[in-house]
Design a protein around this ligand. Structure first.
Ligand code: GTP
Ligand code: SPV
Ligand code: MN
Length: 622
């Protein structure tokens, strides 16, 4: 066979079927499971049915093994803490045509390329025997509502019960997915924590969180519809439906089939007149998608509803209307900074059926993190995510890891949109890009047209955050908030976005850029969170064609007083928020030019180069 594991497969070992029935699996699924059982050599196999009984069994076993602890203050909530070496996403390795043709000697940041031979060796040295002493779980899951024409099915094989419990929250999973799949094709997802219990020399982690940090590998083999992930149990590395499938493989399918798979929230906004519009917004990891998607508007009469907080699958329908679905069924949200003040709807969502990872625990059975903003009674103490009992702020070490997360069912969100599971998706009328830009970048501006809008996505940058392995507060490029998630050549991705301009039957949404994070001498200049509704109000009115924008060097900016500041408690320096320092923008143009030349090279579409040239000219004559 064309097994990717060329060598070292031992003679067939016996495994018990602990749960489910191999014989009842669709033929292709059964073949996929048996093939990988031969390689990974688990002691047992569990085929997930998605039932409540199964869920209880999983939580029971995880608790018994010390992997999770119950949080008795809430209903069916749990705390997992990881090996401190396994706390965030890693960059993935690609062996396909994913990387722009760039200059010799320049390190590409848009994807990491491995030769097919090296990839083969890398997989071959990891997976054989990797599940010895463990149970192999088989998770049938649907990205998108089961049976929707926009949905896609995957099967994840994993040796982590934590991953199964999390996939149960984040996706639609179980028997009904197999019933829908029948003999159809699926995305093959293989995951192992890389810490066999028996057989080989002890590897991996001494914590109750199995992993193998020194050998982590996340790889996509798009031509085989396969994802292989080894050594990490965390988030985007292990819940393979999320970044690996819905974005990396998803973006490849999307280009092939003429749609878009994007790192975007989807929200509904209703104005005081009762008119409703949907927007999609791309901000890099840990830059505010969950917060915006669930915001409580401060502007009276406005209502926000949430469709999704991280990923959008979008397609133009036969009337030329762009429609979006959220392929996920849960939120894997950043805990620190979440409070009743900043995101009350998230706080209300996570009161039950939630798995917390790497947050602090209070002695009364609750959770704690930086920015939770809650009074702690004197007789309640906190244990930090690292297990330090009676943790104190004064130590200077955080109680929760900066990338600690809650994993919670979307349908528990009090403002979940009534169309959030609509099989045809919700109509998108505006696309918003944004990042953490401490300097120079105004609160909001609009693109002049579609091509300029695509340029704004291509030029997206943000200060680094804790969501990935990067360190420090340096401003990094993160085009379309997709830099870690492009499944194919970024130059071709830009061509794909630009191509919609050529079809005059399509209603192209307006494109905006926002920045909640501009800083002055005493911190952020803009209050953010619920006050961002003032910016949404301006965007809403622009989409309705209101004359409240004027030309600037960077794009269309609000005319004086067109952002509604009524009732805003603290005075905001609007002049500073919208100032366009000429030196800053000259440097920005120069730096973008260098980035595009070095990282995209000859694959950069001419239209994007023209947009940069036009920006340069506008800045020059400003
Ligand atoms: P991923 O799940 O990693 O993709 O992140 P995300 O884009 O969903 O980010 P999230 O909404 O979780 O926000 C991350 C951090 O940014 C949190 O600590 C928030 O408190 C903070 N944040 C979100 N919105 C705002 C805002 O409007 N202003 C300020 N100052 N901070 C914000
Ligand atoms: C992100 O980093 O964009 C996340 C978290 O949403 S993870 O699922 O770990 O990728
Ligand atoms: Mn994300």
């Amino acid at each position: 066979s064309s097994s990717k594991f060329a060598s070292k497969i031992e003679p067939k070992r016996r495994y018990d079927i602990l749960y489910g029935n191999l014989n009842r699996l669709p033929k292709k699924v059964r073949f996929f499971v048996e093939e990988n059982a031969k390689v990974c050599q688990p002691d047992a196999i569990h085929i997930c049915d998605g039932s409540d009984k199964e869920k209880e069994l999983l939580y029971y076993m995880l608790q018994r093994d010390g992997a999770i602890k119950p949080l008795r203050k809430y209903e069916n909530c749990w705390l997992a803490t990881t090996d401190p070496a396994d706390v965030a996403r890693v960059e993935s390795q690609e062996k396909h045509d994913t990387v722009p043709r760039i200059k010799d000697g320049v390190k590409g940041t848009l994807a990491n390329w491995m030769s097919p031979e090296d990839m083969e060796t890398a997989l071959d040295s990891r997976f054989p025997g990797c599940m010895r002493g463990r149970t192999m779980y088989v998770i049938p899951f649907s990205m998108g509502p089961v049976g929707s024409p926009l949905s896609k099915i995957g099967i994840e094989i994993t040796d982590s019960a934590y991953v199964v419990a999390s996939m149960k929250i984040m996706t639609r999973m179980g028997q009904n997915v197999l019933d829908t799949l029948k003999d159809g094709d699926f995305i093959k997802c293989l995951h192992s924590v890389g810490q066999p219990v028996t057989g080989t020399a002890p590897t991996g982690s001494k914590y109750a969180w199995p992993c193998n940090p020194k050998d982590v590998l996340v790889a996509h083999l798009p031509e085989r519809n396969e994802i292989c992930s080894y050594g990490s149990g965390y988030g985007g590395n292990s819940l393979l439906g999320k970044k690996c499938f819905a974005l990396r493989i998803g973006s490849i399918l999307a280009r092939r089939e003429g749609w878009l798979a994007e790192h975007m929230l989807i929200m509904g906004v209703e104005n005081p007149q009762g008119e409703k519009k949907y927007f999609a917004a791309a901000f890099p990891s840990a830059c505010g998608k969950t917060n915006l998607a669930m915001m409580e508007p401060s502007l009276p009469g406005y209502k926000v509803t949430c469709v999704g907080d991280d990923i959008a699958w979008m397609r133009f329908d036969k009337n030329g209307q762009l429609r979006a679905i959220n392929p996920e069924a849960g939120f894997f949200g950043v805990a620190p900074g979440t409070s009743m003040k900043t995101n009350p709807n998230a706080m209300r969502t996570i009161q039950k059926n939630t798995v917390f990872t790497n947050v602090g625990a209070t002695s009364d059975g609750g959770v704690y993190w930086e920015g939770m903003d809650e009074e702690m009674p004197d007789n309640v103490s906190t244990t930090s995510w690292l297990g330090v009992e009676d943790w104190r702020k004064e130590t200077g070490k955080p109680a929760a890891h900066p990338n600690s997360r809650f994993c919670t069912p979307a349908d528990q969100c009090p403002i979940i949109d009534d169309q959030w599971e609509s099989p045809e998706g919700v109509p998108i009328e505006g696309i918003i890009f944004g990042g953490r830009r401490p300097e120079g970048v105004p609160l909001v501006y609009e693109s002049f047209d579609w091509n300029h809008g695509v340029f704004l996505g291509a030029a997206l940058k943000s200060e680094a955050t804790a969501a990935a392995e990067h360190k420090g507060k340096v401003v990094m490029h993160d085009p379309f908030a997709m830099r870690p998630f492009f499944g194919y050549n970024f130059g071709h991705y830009l061509d794909h976005w630009l191509s919609f301009q050529d079809n005059d039957k399509l209603k192209l949404p307006k494109v905006f850029h926002v920045n909640w994070f501009r800083k002055g001498p005493s911190g952020f200049l803009w209050p953010g969170f619920g006050e961002n509704s003032r910016v949404l109000d301006w965007i809403f009115r622009r989409v309705n064609g209101e004359d409240c924008a004027m030309k600037s060097a960077v794009g269309l900016v609000p005319t004086p007083d067109s952002i509604d500041l009524s009732g805003l408690k603290d005075k905001v320096d609007m002049e500073e928020l919208f100032r366009l320092p000429k030196d800053f923008w000259k440097m920005e143009v120069e730096e973008l030019n260098k980035y595009f030349e070095e990282q995209v090279g000859e694959d950069l579409p001419a239209k994007i180069r023209q947009e940069l040239k036009k920006l340069e000219q506008r800045v020059e004559s400003d």
